[in-house]
Each structure stands twice: as C-alpha cells, then as structure tokens.
Design a protein around this ligand. Structure first.
Ligand SMILES: Nc1ncnc2c1ncn2[C@@H]1O[C@H](COP(=O)(O)OP(=O)(O)O)[C@@H](O)[C@H]1O
Ligand SMILES: [Mg+2]
Length: 204
C-alpha cells in the first residue's frame, strides 16, 4: 500500500476542465490498458492503434514498459513489490493523460489482477478499457521478439512472467484480442470498433 506522506496539500482546481479539453480534441480521454504475456503483442498493437487514430486526427500517447523503465521507473525491478509500484505509477500517469483529454495506452505485462484493478479504480467508469492481449504461452515463446524467453529458460532471467512468475488472466476485460488468431489489422480493427461504439472516438 502506498501511504500519503505529505500533509498541508490542497487540490487546486483550474477553470479549464477535462470536458473542455475533450471538446478541443474531439475525443474522450481514456486509458487503454493492454495486458498480456511478453511477446503477446501489446506494444505492436498499441502503436498500430495509435497510428490509425493519429491518421484520423486523434491524440494518443503510448506508455510502454521498457521505455518507462528507462526513466520514470528506472529505480524499479521485477520483484512483486516493484511490479506493484511500477503499475501504480503507470496508473497515475495514465490518469493524468486521460484528464488531459488524451487517449493513453499502456503496454505493460501487468501480471497481477489486483494491480490492474487498482489502476482501474483511479478512473471514472468507462474511462478505463482493459484489453487482454491473449496468446498461448507457446506462441509467445515461439515469437520471442526480444529473446527473453530463451534467456528465461536458460535461467538467465529470474521472475519471468509465464515461466517463473505468474500471469493472472483478466476476468472481465472490456476487450480480448487473440493475436494468435487475428492478424495485426484485425486486432487494430477490434480495438477501434470498441472505441467508436463507446464514443471515445468518432466513427470514421
Ligand atoms: N495480431 C497481432 N498483434 C500484435 N502483434 C502480433 C500480432 N500477430 C503477430 N504479432 C507479432 O507478435 C510480436 C509481439 O511483440 P511485442 O509487441 O513486442 O509484444 P509485447 O509488447 O506484448 O511484449 C511481434 O513480433 C508482432 O509482429
Ligand atoms: Mg512490449
């Protein structure tokens, strides 16, 4: 649990609201939370969704696991506690982006259900879209785009999700994308259709 350390702090409200920013951008701020095994396709899919939406005049921003670990979260490792803090910070950053009216996409394994649910709890109903990027472990391991499974099998990486650390599947994600069955185009279509149906973006 994260405790509130500072006292004597007061929230300062501005005149420009989230709704004002959303009107300016003509979209709804949201957090699209991609979760799934390493190699399931989170980064590839999030970036492809961003590209498609950008072409349609929408502002997105992808927060990607490895990139964030280079900066904001460089002091965190892969122990359960550090993973929890990693996800807590991403949830808060996602919330800031969505308050800015941006469609934030987070591409983190985020293996623990409880941590994802905590991120969800930061956002208003409908603003948090959990996207389970589902693929059998064998398929992810065969893709092994970063050679990490090979290292994990050789014992060179400890606490590797799916091999030596757990992955807790989402129980009721808003979207499930099976990247073993759908190609990238179809996967992007599925996400964008959901966003259109919920009026997060306008229909093309
Ligand atoms: N439908 C799909 N969506 C996303 N990636 C896919 C899909 N089908 C195959 N792939 C491939 O799977 C790999 C996923 O890698 P990556 O996006 O880095 O995964 P992650 O970010 O989840 O670790 C890439 O090589 C990508 O080309
Ligand atoms: Mg990735």
């Amino acid at each position: 649990m994260t405790i509130q350390k500072a006292t004597n702090i007061t929230w300062h409200e501005g005149n420009i609201t989230r709704e004002d920013r959303e009107r300016l951008l003509q979209q709804k701020g949201a957090v699209l939370w991609f979760t799934g095994l390493s190699g399931s396709g989170k980064s590839t899919l999030a970036l492809a969704v961003e590209e498609r939406l950008f072409e349609r005049g929408h502002l997105c921003f992808v927060l990607d696991g490895d990139n964030i670990r280079h900066g904001l979260n460089k002091n965190l490792g892969f122990s359960p506690e550090d993973r929890e803090e990693n996800i807590r910070r991403i949830g808060e950053v996602g919330k800031l982006f969505s308050d800015a009216g941006v469609i934030a996409m987070t591409a983190f394994i985020s293996p623990y259900r409880q941590d994802r649910d905590k991120a969800r709890s930061l956002l208003a109903e409908g603003s948090f879209v959990e996207i389970y990027v589902q693929v059998p472990l064998e398929v992810a391991e065969q893709r092994d785009p970063k050679g990490l499974y090979k290292k994990a099998r050789a014992g060179e990486i400890k606490e590797f999700t799916g091999i030596s650390a757990p992955y807790e599947e989402p129980r009721s994600p808003e979207i499930v994308v099976n990247t073993g069955e759908l190609d990238l185009e179809q996967s992007v279509d599925k996400v964008i259709r959901y966003l259109e149906d919920r009026d997060i973006v306008r229909k093309a």
